[in-house]
Write a protein that binds this ligand. Structure first.
Ligand code: ADP
Length: 275
């Protein structure tokens, strides 16, 4: 397996916490796949993301045990700056992501490259290309704060993608968006996947996970209790016992199977259901 992240026997306790909120995590993240991280609130999803981007242990200290390798390098030995070159992080709330110091979408997307001291000509070329890629060229002269939620999240994604990280960690990007905004964000996620990026996505909308994710990681009470292909995890009744919903077609398939209807596999998407 060509893994970009390898986590061995990792546990973590916040500085103020009494118990481990991540417990004995072992997983390899394979290059180019989209992993959905699911599980009930408080299960450890955001903490897991904070480890992947090095916020733990570089920002939140606490007690991190075990080993986390990103592109072969131990995160404890990397700086946050080094890590940010390979792991791009997108927050739930695009307001946090947007710098607030730039007056146009173009300048906002260019900001990270400016900070790295990239030549202005190269900045222009790269920003133009990304605005086109995520289909926000028409917004280039707008103020980021005048945009809709979906547009703002696209700008936030663009400002990360322009830095060309090979891993994207995206924590609930659609939780504050309407259906159209959600669709716009998933369009970009799909484009990133096609470009070979490795994506770790926290998302509650199970039908979207069924459609887009390659693998699912189920975190419950700080432990990985299920991990596998999206097909396997989202057609397994066991997920329900961890308070994770299954796609409606999987629920229907499981019910039919219980009633003796022979099914080759339990469908998880509409496309599979009509096959
Ligand atoms: P999820 O994203 O699945 O909702 P979190 O990673 O946010 O889960 O939280 C996991 C556990 O860690 C929870 O019990 C939460 O209260 C605790 N926790 C989260 N952030 C902090 C923090 N900064 N300090 C102490 N405990 C925290």
């Amino acid at each position: 397996m060509n893994s970009v992240i390898k986590i061995s026997n990792m546990s973590y306790k916040y500085p103020t916490g009494k118990v481990d909120v991540l417990k004995n995590i072992n997983i390899e993240i394979e290059k180019g796949l989209l992993y959905a991280v699911v599980g009930p609130n408080g299960g450890g999803k955001t903490t897991f993301c904070n480890v992947l981007r090095g916020f733990i242990p570089h920002f939140y200290r606490g007690d991190l045990r075990g080993e986390v390798l990103v592109n072969g390098k131990n995160i404890v030995e990397s700086t946050l700056g080094e890590l940010s070159l390979s792991v791009g992080f997108v927050f739930q709330n695009p307001f946090i992501q947007i710098s607030g110091v730039k007056e146009t979408v173009f300048e906002e997307v260019a900001y990270g490259l400016e900070n790295l001291g990239v030549h202005p000509d190269e900045i222009r070329t790269r920003v133009e290309a990304i605005l086109k890629l995520v289909k926000i060229e028409h917004l280039r002269d707008k103020n980021p704060f005048e945009l809709s939620g979906g547009q703002r999240q696209r700008v936030a994604l663009a400002s990360i993608i322009v830095m060309e990280p090979d891993i994207l960690v995206i924590d609930e990007p659609t939780s504050q968006l309407d259906p159209q905004g959600t669709e716009e964000v998933f369009e970009i996620i799909q484009i990133m996947k096609e470009k070979g990026k490795t994506i770790i996505l926290v998302e509650h909308k199970i039908e979207l996970i069924a459609e887009f994710a390659d693998r699912v990681i189920l975190l419950h009470d700080g432990e990985i209790v299920m991990e596998g292909t999206t097909q396997d995890v989202l057609s397994d009744e066991k997920a329900l016992s961890y308070d994770v919903m299954l796609p409606q077609y999987a629920m229907l398939g499981l019910e039919l199977k219980k009633r003796g209807v022979p099914l080759r596999k339990i469908p998880i998407t509409e496309e599979q259901a009509v096959e």
